[in-house]
Design a protein around this ligand. Structure first.
Ligand SMILES: [Zn+2]
Length: 299
């Protein structure tokens, strides 16, 4: 009973948002073949901003060579050319600087109004996803507040005895019931549902009007996330692993499937207060607060 249920609406939403906008390749184990891959020593990625021309460097912790597909290497050549850099095709095992272009965070904000109108799709989807996550974080805060408020209202040991909270499960059920009946938690959910329903309808309408299967969009990528040097799969051979101190975001241009965006939009969301509480998860610290509080009443 104490462990969080395995199935989580929020985890599913997170996975689908990543599936639509971030992780574009599945895990597949293969040993890279010479005719499709080239192995290189890559310790840095240089993200070059197309607007300010600054280089944002991510360092990798890979201590062995990484395998890049021939397709991806051809793309590297065109990125080097776009950046006005001399291209020398690397040989097997050579040190190589992996480059990407796009926008840094600051320039993305500045250039936003000049980007094609369809870029709005990403902003709208990200707003929806941010609201999904904020709901859980806000609910957790409200549940904590609700429990603290209830505790501070208990004045005597008799008050507690009347509640018949004799076991862990009694306390847990009582606290969960308290939260599910709390006005502010229910109001939070009602506001979220209203907001998210409108946002999803607006984005679905926009996608229908665009009448496209794929959209070229700039997408925010966390610099600390791994990157595969194959466009079809990722595995131990193809992945660049950023070091722990990698921070910030960069905006890459990707071709995004509208079907995948729709999967994210149509995915089940939190629909009632019990689901919401389940998503937040029960925190044993709340039981500890209660037990500690009762001790102070004993004195
Ligand atoms: Zn920039």
């Amino acid at each position: 009973m104490r462990c969080k249920m395995q199935r989580s609406i929020t985890t599913d939403l997170q996975n689908l948002f990543s599936y639509a906008f971030i992780e574009r390749v599945p895990y597949h184990f293969i040993v890279p073949k010479k005719n499709n891959y080239l192995e290189l020593a890559i310790s840095e990625r240089h993200n070059c901003c197309l607007s300010c021309n600054n280089n944002f460097i991510t360092t990798f912790k890979n201590d062995t060579n990484v395998f890049i597909t021939k397709d991806k290497l051809a793309k590297q050549e065109s990125i080097y050319q776009t950046l006005g850099l001399e291209w020398n095709k690397p040989n097997k095992g050579e040190n190589y600087i992996y480059r990407q272009n796009g926008f840094c965070q600051e320039c993305f904000a500045k250039e936003y109004s000049k980007l094609p109108a369809q870029q709005e799709v990403y902003k709208m989807a990200k707003d929806i996803f941010d609201a999904d996550i904020a709901l859980i974080n806000d609910a957790k805060e409200l549940m904590t507040e609700t429990i603290k408020k209830w505790l501070s209202g208990i004045e005597t040991l008799d008050d507690v005895k009347n509640l018949e909270l004799n076991t862990y499960l009694d306390i847990r059920n009582y606290l969960l019931n308290l939260c599910s009946n709390d006005f502010s938690i229910n109001e939070l959910l009602t506001n979220y549902e209203y907001d998210i329903t409108n946002k999803i309808a607006l984005l679905k309408g926009k996608l229908t009007l665009l009448e496209q299967d794929k959209l070229n969009l700039f997408v925010q990528i966390d610099n600390s996330v791994y990157e595969s040097l194959s466009d079809e799969l990722y595995n131990e051979y193809t992945v660049l692993m950023p070091t722990e101190n990698s921070t910030g975001y960069f905006y890459y241009n990707f071709s995004i499937s509208v079907d995948k965006i729709n999967l994210f939009l149509e995915q089940e969301r939190v629909g009632n207060v019990f689901e919401l509480i389940n998503e937040v998860g029960f925190s044993d610290i709340w039981v500890e607060w209660f037990l500690e509080y009762v001790t102070t009443l004993n004195k």
